[in-house]
Design a protein around this ligand. Structure first.
Ligand SMILES: Nc1ncnc2c1ncn2[C@@H]1O[C@H](COP(=O)(O)OP(=O)(O)O)[C@@H](O)[C@H]1O
Ligand SMILES: [Mg+2]
Length: 327
């Protein structure tokens, strides 16, 4: 067990705005929601949204976590926050999701206030941290299978379809996007991933009747289970954060996204075998995600996300190492 109390440095780290520098109207909302003037705002490391992410303490000692973003920082991030807010309002209260306290949306700036989790990011190279997080994610998969009714969310199959479109650029210039080990077999790799949307299909997908085509029931999947979106409390219980990327997908999707932390080691294979996921589907999703991230690494950084291309590059590198091992 980790006992030194040092926080591990998360893989995804962006550049944030301080709480002091967000618009006055958003700060005023936070103080009303918290019931007191903010005495301390501790900016948090981990994750890439360009707004503020801070643990607030009032003069009277009340605490809460707030994240806030406006379209001037990035035009898409406010919508991610809106999706997260809409989803959290529909999910039941469980010990592994911090409770929403209040939300703010003036059509430009969007903010979410949550119960403050006094915890640290897990060190996923540490066995005890890894097992605690893994067990919590499996517990949540159980809870969210089948997915709660009436969610209008994209599906993993649609995401795979979007990622597949990136092959068009990749096959034209494989050396620009892929490591050498993949360049030499680009056609074969492309072929493997073509049928992934069908293999990721879940039932019912939005707009589909219960009990139709697919044998896989739809799970509500978080799809962004990295160390930066997880906290471990001093009693070793785990909190799962940040629902902006949620999708409907197969039950093995969230174990897969968490296992990506070990993509470049056989631990990935052992963990995915444990959940009984189809081995080829796992390899092909790993491959398609690697291609999608390798492509993104070569695009200009979006506004407010200067560290994104380098993050995608290093993620793609680790995932391609996993693909080479599994093939
Ligand atoms: N409820 C919370 N309590 C304490 N810290 C939190 C809480 N939610 C998020 N954080 C911290 O803030 C960071 C950013 O929050 P997150 O919801 O992941 O936003 P982002 O969209 O920027 O990734 C997390 O990595 C974590 O360190
Ligand atoms: Mg995050």
């Amino acid at each position: 067990m980790k006992t030194d109390g040092r926080a591990a440095e998360p893989r995804a780290v962006g550049v944030r705005r301080d709480f002091a520098d967000i618009p006055d109207r958003v700060k005023a909302w936070a103080e009303i929601a918290l019931g007191g003037a903010v005495a301390e705002a501790a900016g948090q490391r981990g994750g890439m949204s360009p707004g503020c992410a801070a643990r607030l303490t009032t003069v009277g000692g009340r605490r809460a976590f707030v994240k806030a973003v406006g379209s001037e920082l990035n035009p898409d991030t406010p919508n991610l926050f809106r999706k997260e807010i809409a989803l959290l309002s529909r999910l039941p209260s469980v010990p592994y999701r911090p409770e929403p306290i209040a939300t703010y949306d003036d059509g430009d700036w969007v903010a979410l206030m949550l119960e403050d989790v006094k915890g640290r990011h897990p060190d996923l190279s540490d066995r005890a941290d890894a097992d605690a997080v893994w067990a919590t994610v499996l517990e949540q998969v159980d809870e969210l299978t089948p997915a709660p009714d009436g969610l209008t969310l994209p599906t993993m199959a649609e995401t795979a379809q979007r990622w597949l479109a990136r092959w068009a650029d990749v096959v034209e210039q494989p050396g620009h996007f892929l490591p050498d080990s993949a360049v030499s077999r680009v056609d074969e790799l492309h072929e493997r991933t073509r049928s992934l949307p069908r293999r990721l299909h879940v039932s019912p997908a939005p707009g589909e009747e219960q009990g139709t085509t697919s044998r896989q029931p739809a799970t509500l999947c978080h799809c962004d289970l990295r160390d930066d979106n997880l906290l471990i409390r001093p009693d070793n219980t785990v909190a799962i954060l940040d629902w902006g990327m949620a999708r409907l997908g197969p039950a093995w999707a969230d174990p897969f996204f968490l296992a990506l932390s070990w993509a470049d080691s056989p631990e990935f294979d052992v963990r995915m075998a444990d959940v009984g996921a189809d081995e080829d589907a796992v390899t092909d999703l790993l491959l398609l995600f690697a291609v999608a991230q390798g492509w993104r690494a070569q695009q200009p950084a979006p506004p407010g996300l200067p560290t994104l291309p380098e993050f995608c590059r290093s993620e793609a590198e680790r995932m391609f190492a996993g693909v080479a091992r599994r093939l």
